[in-house]
Design a binder for this molecule. Structure first.
Ligand SMILES: [Zn+2]
Length: 356
């Protein structure tokens, strides 16, 4: 088996935990992009730029440039925005509470009682939590079970003394302010349990692969663009920012783990088909051969409810071969979990591809 440059799993984990703890719902990704930019600025081999849309692009000149490549992963996550500052509700209590509109496929039952921040226009953060409208068991009895966990049935309770519209406005909160939910990162026995491993786990894998390649004095076989996307969760992240001369685009995003799925938390997965149809057969096969060659633990799978930034680029007219790889993530868009083994496998796969 040929050798790959060594990767540093500790760097991967630290990068990931730091990134997970930066709130970045789609549309509010500046700080997360800036974090990745700062990390990648350590490598003079990379030329960094931002797209007008706010994505980060790093290009690394390869040994050859006749068939440039791109890899993409996204820092934006699920979240919400303030939809309404409640002035009247079913109960007096509703005054000063906030209703929300979801960003991306946020599963509201999964964030019930979660701590959150409201990011105000003047740059402050107001603390609160998301609750069902009928939260008190001693007031609502069985109604607490019956209330739907949807946008109408849930509200943000601010940790501030507010009981009127004016009180909330005085905090600087307005309709349209971004809301981020606590990731609740926990590391146990090699497992990483956190919200938003989708897709910060893969951004960490790409950054770790770059570090390993640079530290070992290597360079990619072909000129490579690393596209750190900021609008993936709403479907159009990588529709811009991938240069037209790119021949191959490898999307690095989480693999769907659950009933009926091949993927698990200890392998990387090659996805050959999702809701957007089949990926590029030739590029998928090339990745499969690399994984075999370097003995990277991987699965091949199909994701039933899934779309990727690679497909966003295809839909935008991108004329490239697109493939999708990523670590198995349990309970996606919920309280997610993966294992270091899947992250290491994904990082090695990226490295093998870069050197191929
Ligand atoms: Zn994703």
């Amino acid at each position: 088996m040929p050798n790959l440059p060594k990767i540093e799993p500790d760097y991967l984990t630290e990068f990931l935990v730091d990134l997970l703890n930066i709130p970045s719902p789609t549309g509010y990704t500046e700080e997360a992009i800036a974090f990745v930019e700062k990390e990648l600025s350590a490598y003079p081999q990379l030329e960094l730029s931002r797209t007008r849309k706010g994505a980060l692009v790093a290009v690394w000149e390869g040994a050859k440039s006749d068939s440039p490549r791109a890899l993409t992963a996204h820092v934006d996550t699920l979240g919400a925005m303030v939809k309404e500052i409640k002035t009247i509700g079913e109960t007096k209590r509703s005054k000063g509470r906030l209703s929300i509109t979801r960003i991306g496929g946020l599963l509201l039952p999964a964030v019930e009682t979660e701590g959150c921040w409201v990011h105000t226009g003047r740059g402050e953060q107001i603390r609160g939590s998301l609750l069902v409208n009928t939260a008190s068991a001693h007031v609502h009895g069985a109604k607490a079970y019956e209330t739907r966990r949807d946008e109408d049935g849930m509200e943000i309770r601010l940790d501030a003394r507010v009981s009127s519209l004016q009180d909330v406005l005085d905090l600087g909160i307005r309709v349209g302010d971004f809301v981020s939910f606590d990731p609740r990162v926990e590391l146990t026995n090699g497992f990483i349990r956190s919200r938003f491993l989708d897709d910060k786990a893969c951004v960490a894998a790409i950054a770790t692969a770059i570090k390993s390649l640079a530290d070992s004095g290597n360079a990619p076989a072909q000129t490579t663009y690393f596209h750190i996307s900021n609008y993936e969760e709403v479907g159009h992240g990588a529709s811009a920012g991938i240069p037209a001369d790119v021949h191959e685009l490898v999307t690095v995003d989480m693999a769907a783990v659950g009933n009926g799925q091949e993927s698990d938390e200890f392998h990387a997965t090659l996805c050959v088909k999702d809701s957007g149809g089949p990926y590029h057969h030739g590029l998928s096969n090339k990745l499969r051969e690399l994984a075999d060659q370097y003995e990277i633990p991987y699965k091949v799978d199909i994701y039933p409810y899934y779309g990727s930034d690679g497909e966003a680029f295809w839909r935008a007219g991108g004329d490239v071969a697109v493939a999708l790889i990523g670590p198995g993530v349990d309970a996606s868009h919920n309280y997610e979990r993966t294992h270091t083994e899947a992250l290491v496998a994904t990082t090695n796969w990226i490295l093998a591809y870069l050197l191929s």
